[in-house]
Design a protein around this ligand. Sequence first.
Ligand SMILES: NC(=O)c1ccc[n+]([C@@H]2O[C@H](COP(=O)([O-])OP(=O)(O)OC[C@H]3O[C@@H](n4cnc5c(N)ncnc54)[C@H](O)[C@@H]3O)[C@@H](O)[C@H]2O)c1
Length: 503
Amino acid sequence: MLGVVGAGTMGAGIAQLGAAAGMRTLLHDPVPEALEHGAESVRRGLAKWAEKGRVGEDAVKLLEPVSSLDELAPCDLVIEAAPERPELKRDLFGALSMVCGDDAVLATNTSSIPVTSLAGAAARPENVVGMHFFNPPPLMPLLEVIRAEQSSDRVVQVAVDVGAAMGKDVIVAADGPGFLVNRCGRPFSAEGLRLLQERAATHEQIDRICRLGGGFRMGPFELMDLVGIDVGFEVAKSFTELSFGEPRWRPSPIQARMVSAGRLGRKSGRGYYDYVEGTPYRPDDPEPPEPGGGEGTTVSILGDGPLADGLRERARSAGFELREGGPTELVVDAGPRPHPSPPGGAPLLVLCAATSLVARGEQGAVGFHLLPPLEDVGLVELTRLPVTQRFAAEAAEEFFSKVGFLTEWVEDAPGLVLGRIVCQLVNEAAFAIGEGVGSPDDIDTGLTLGLSHPRGPVAWSEAIGLDHVLAVLDGLWEERREERYRAAPLLRRSAALGRGLRD
Ligand SMILES: NC(=O)c1ccc[n+]([C@@H]2O[C@H](COP(=O)([O-])OP(=O)(O)OC[C@H]3O[C@@H](n4cnc5c(N)ncnc54)[C@H](O)[C@@H]3O)[C@@H](O)[C@H]2O)c1
């Protein structure tokens, strides 16, 4: 028998999943209107599923709203989805341990409070586990089970089995700031904010680059507007507090400023974007140009690795004549580390991975950055210096347009915009794997199913190559000496051994 405490957005959704999985489900909320409203939402949800044939007409009979906590006594598992207030939740875990049987599993749906601290408030801490559902629970395919310091193997297994019976893909995470999904997803907004702070690009550009260059459904700023800038700021502060000041997780002064100004995102009508009824907050994305028109132009694409290989393929199919040696009309250095002596005499386009364009020192070159796999990529980032001549910039725009990319000019840095964001996602995943927070497969499942990323950071590291990821991180470290860009030990070790993060 399942008990659910708190009949709000999450509790009602979890109760719907329980009844749909055939469990007798007791739903409790101390606020009578909230209980009635929650129970009604479960009934509506089950009726919809019954219409679609996903559950029997009888599933709704498994739901029983209860007005007192004591009535949860016979439950084998209780999932708490009360408001996100540590003291309230600690009191609830104390009370539930008194009410429920010795073997009852007590789970919390908290998104940010350490499960270990809630377990400490229960009479039998080994029976406490985290079950982090995503909003809305009936639709989101992921469940993140969190193992507190005290959780027994049995309760973790119960949480995993119940999640699977509810039809979820279940991942298991160690307790810690943001658990697995929110921790590994943090660089998306954190590095986005850093880029904006440096004025490397505007927030519209950063979002567009993430969508068209990286295949993300939304960029970091539209996402932060959707979640609520105040909510994101609180999460960032809690990460810093729980980690005693880890530099990668520090909140951004931009968040503080936005909150002070009352620009909280969609809910306040204004965040990074303006939200006006009936008007889209941003224009639709343009289609990338059709590849073609390279006939009669010779180009030399230097470098090893998946990006250089992908570019050669795109250039060839756009009609360019690829040459390995001799004079060409264009030279593209696309390896993660600078080519020692790229041929002179033609416009030079260089990948800004291991260094920024300015640190590389080739006067007149144009910098670019792209992340493989190139099949779904529709945009390339370009950067130039004050000394870069117009003909070189135009040659870069023309070449990338002919191979089928839109172009976006941004400020100079190793990795430019997307490279910094994605390499930090890979880096965070490598820290998390190294620290035993979760398995590589679970991290990829968590970020694709929980945050709708186009691919997980581990899969991304395999597509890009660890050498490229390390080049960007080390380039940022070399040029800035900021601890937030230090590479995870596992990343360096895996690259040195020629292995992947999964090995
Ligand atoms: N909303 C989300 O996107 C989301 C996602 C994942 C996890 N969570 C977590 O789920 C939990 C619930 O969030 P929500 O969005 O459903 O909140 P909510 O405000 O919609 O619902 C909370 C419910 O708890 C009830 N409540 C108040 N005091 C209570 C008490 N002492 N005992 C039991 N119930 C009490 C309230 O009446 C309300 O119905 C929080 O811990 C939150 O962090 C939320």
